[in-house]
Design a protein around this ligand. Structure first.
Ligand code: FES
Length: 373
């Protein structure tokens, strides 16, 4: 890894991570064409066992983590999910289950709530049933998700709906907002698809036009006003149409840790796409040591690694240079400026890609199993 490291011997200003994303498995019954998991999924035989996860959660709480996000793949395929949730509650972590919902029964959700689950996040593909199922690649998935969302509220758990937005569902944004309202969700994440992982392979099937994105922003602004105090709405614009980069992960190695099904600790879900970084495994190194000292977490933490235009930018401690994985994917070096920033020399070409593909006829979805839409 060629990135410079922060000067040795200085006081370590590293804050504690707030969140831990535990990818319990990459197994998933759905086939979403914007899946952000790596192109090569980890196998079930390599997954961490229950005892290791329980120990990792205790270490996380000791390190100062406050929120645990149980994710995947589909975390409910793990038979030990109840034990993991119970441990999270025992060590004081606020426990959020990120699920497609399709494998849950009401009895299991009740048991998870009894063991300490506090919050459930369910992904919604569309408000149109047929299109939602087509996007998820699974017949009947949408109806089951709505049923699970109702159970979540009936059990008194907090509910967030996550709606990835793209050219195949953006026209129904008002109906998606109405659905969240009707289900009694506390929060709705309207997140334009970010083009990493499998989503990059489907970019021309998913990219909306600039006009559609602007309309969606106006719709969200109006809905936020109307639903103030009832439904919180988060909005993520696609990087390709942004002027300033998002502070990806709140800054590399600043606020959260991802742990893959096999135990690799990553600063973000796509970090393995950056060549030259070595990732420690929680089977062999303590979480605190990884967070504070592992090379991968220190490589792009703070501002020491920045080149121009980031180095002298007045926003460098606000956006932390944007996304390192996107910088590598587009500029060929993770220390370059994120091309989502209009100060990047690649910004115009980056935006032009979106403008071009959004105006071409939408390609068929490429599913991981290569089924056609
Ligand atoms: Fe890795 Fe943005 S996804 S830094």
């Amino acid at each position: 890894m060629s990135s410079p490291q922060p000067p040795a011997g200085t006081a370590d200003p590293t804050p504690s991570p707030v969140g831990l994303l535990a990818e319990l498995t990459h197994r998933c019954p759905l086939q979403c064409p914007y899946c952000s998991n790596p192109l090569a999924l980890e196998r079930a035989t390599g997954e961490l066992d229950t005892a290791t996860w329980l120990d990792v959660l205790a270490q996380a709480a000791d390190l100062g983590v406050l929120q645990l996000h149980l994710s995947g793949g589909e975390p409910t395929v793990r038979r030990d999910l109840e034990d993991i949730v119970e441990q999270a509650a025992k060590v004081g972590l606020y426990c959020n289950l990120i699920t497609a919902g399709v494998l849950l029964t009401r009895a299991r959700l009740e048991e998870l709530a009894r063991r300490g689950l506090a919050h459930v996040q369910i992904s919604i593909q569309d408000a149109d049933v047929a299109n939602a199922d087509r996007i998820a690649g699974s017949a009947g998935a949408h109806a089951k998700k709505l049923e699970v969302a109702r159970w979540v509220r009936a059990l008194g758990l907090a509910l967030t709906l996550n709606a990835p937005i793209h050219r195949r569902n953006i026209a129904r944004l008002p109906e998606i907002i109405a659905l969240a309202e009707c289900l009694g969700a506390q929060r709705l994440e309207i997140a334009h698809v970010q083009y990493y992982g499998w989503a990059l392979a489907n970019r021309s099937a998913l990219m909306p036009t600039r006009e559609e994105v602007l309309r969606s922003a106006n719709l969200v602004a109006a809905a936020r006003q109307r639903l103030k105090g009832i439904l919180a709405i988060d909005f993520v614009v696609p990087d390709y149409y942004a002027r300033r980069p998002k502070p990806c992960m709140g800054g590399w190695g600043r606020g959260s840790i991802n742990i893959t099904p096999s135990g690799k600790a990553l600063p973000c879900h796509a970090a393995e796409t950056i060549p030259g970084l070595a990732f420690d495994n929680v089977r062999t190194r303590r979480l605190r040591d990884i967070w504070l000292h592992a090379e991968a977490f220190r490589a792009f933490r703070g501002t020491h690694w920045m080149r121009e235009p980031c180095r002298s930018c007045e926003l460098r401690e606000r956006d932390w240079g944007g996304c390192r994985c996107q910088a590598f994917a587009v500029a060929g070096a993770a220390a370059e400026a994120d091309p989502a920033c209009d100060k990047s020399s690649l910004h115009a070409a980056f935006t032009a890609i979106a403008e071009r593909v959004a105006r071409e006829p939408a390609a068929d979805f490429r599913y991981r199993t290569m089924r056609r839409s």
